[in-house]
Design a protein around this ligand. Sequence first.
Ligand SMILES: Cc1ncc(C[n+]2csc(CCOP(=O)(O)OP(=O)(O)O)c2C)c(N)n1
Ligand SMILES: [Mg+2]
Length: 554
Amino acid sequence: MVYSNKENVNILTSLLVAHGVSHAVLCPGSRNAPIVHNLVTCPDIDCFSVTDERSAGFYALGMAQATLSPVAVCVTSGTALLNLLPAVAEAYYQHVPLVVISADRPPQWIDQLDGQTLPQQDALGRFVRKAVSLPEPHNEEEHWFCNRLVNEALLAARQRGDGPVHINVPLTEPLYEFTVDSLPDERMITYAAPCVDKRLITECAGMFWKASRPMVIVGQSSKEKLIADDFEEISGFAVVLNEALSIGCGACHFDELLCQEQLPDDLVPDFLLYIGDTLVSRRMKQFLRKLPKDVPVWAISEDGAVHDTFKSLCGVIEGHPADAIASLGDLAPMKRRRGTSPFFDRWDEFLAETDEKIEDFTPGYSQMAAVKCLEEMLDGDDDFVTHYANSMSVRLANIYACHYVFCNRGVNGIEGSLSTAAGFSLVTDQTVYCVLGDLSFFYDSNALWNEDLRGNLRILLLNNGGGGIFEKFEGLQGSAARERFVMAKHHTSAEGICQSYQVAYRAVHNMEELEEGIYWLRQDQDERPMLLEVFTDSANDAKILKAYYDRFRG
Ligand SMILES: Cc1ncc(C[n+]2csc(CCOP(=O)(O)OP(=O)(O)O)c2C)c(N)n1
Ligand SMILES: [Mg+2]
């Protein structure tokens, strides 16, 4: 095996392997070719080619979610790097360890009207945990510096709950000399993360155990596999509420419950513990923002950031949720079950009633019926994961999914959901279902431009001819911009795209075809991805969704 003669590239490659990077997404270009060459040559790294950098960033995000490990994405200089920003921002808020590697010109050539050149060093701004620019070493001191910078960046990707980092690699010509027989044996710096110190959470534990109406809200967690079991115990003594984006049992249907005009006072907690990232339910955020001022809110987060989502945060515990919950348990005055009280009984009763009403509701042909049908057919399957896109798809997942759901909810973008699912599918043997709306699909259809994709990627495209979510804003009816510019209504179908990218395609226009279609999507084995396009009318989708929520009002 013969590596590049660029010393900084060899240091980088060696340390990527040492820090456990085993997957890389590579984007074409000349300046990054020495890095690409090394990553492809290195036997410890599996490489995937993606041309569109915006899509590549999301591919890497999906791979990192699937492998729970850092994944590299390597781009050439110039705007190639800037195109990664949406995925990097999403990774930042989802705490996913993306390792961005950009090739660059030597510093003296920046801003000198040379091609594909712009200031790259801090181009990803505050969306990366750490940005370093490597020297091209000429002596031992510079070699040490380069080693240290790479170590620092790769450590930062795993510290405090993971996040994206940027390693910029200036390279002087000539670029293509592959003459080095083996990678250098580089010194790797390791890092030991602190555990939650019990003494530090005594105050929180005291309040938690004294509370008679303790509530735990679990926001999005992109590391569901790491924390699923930990909630078993805590749900024995608190009302634990989560959406499908956090723990592996589907959502508690509190969004529906909170539709009621008059909520009984007994539902209000007297202590709130918040774990994880965002919540989809606006109603829950509004409910919690109106908590009486004397209800203490504590948050557990791996980065210790202050997210005062409910405007009443009084404490933050920095650490892994599992550690923190275990420590809370250790500090219990005595192990106790929650017993009966109007608070627990009401929540149990209301959630059970809500579940019953959901079961009794049979949506007519619509987006909602499509998701219901898919989820019902998936019930009982075990080797699958789902990626739901933003907008209505994820909301429907929160109604019908009985399992963990991936979603780019960090910044709620619609631009990379299909690429994320596609990247995920490349590094797993599980079947990956991606459910997404039409604007999300056409925006990111480059995700399908990939020869490595296999038959384990199944797409349920909910095509209601535009941004159907905007139907719900009655005030928008008065705007002349509504249909063409806000909803971006269109009549595009995915059929031609599927043909171009060798994706098996089937269309659905009514209930009967829907059931057959979902059966097809789930059952048939194909070497290439499969896509089921469900055509619905967005006004009718909105009407059915309203009828659904009307059941819970009153
Ligand atoms: C990158 C980006 N641009 C714009 C938006 C604003 N936005 C939110 S939902 C939505 C419509 C999505 O339409 P579609 O994917 O068809 O889903 P539907 O609303 O029909 O369920 C838009 C444009 C966004 N979230 N992200
Ligand atoms: Mg749509």
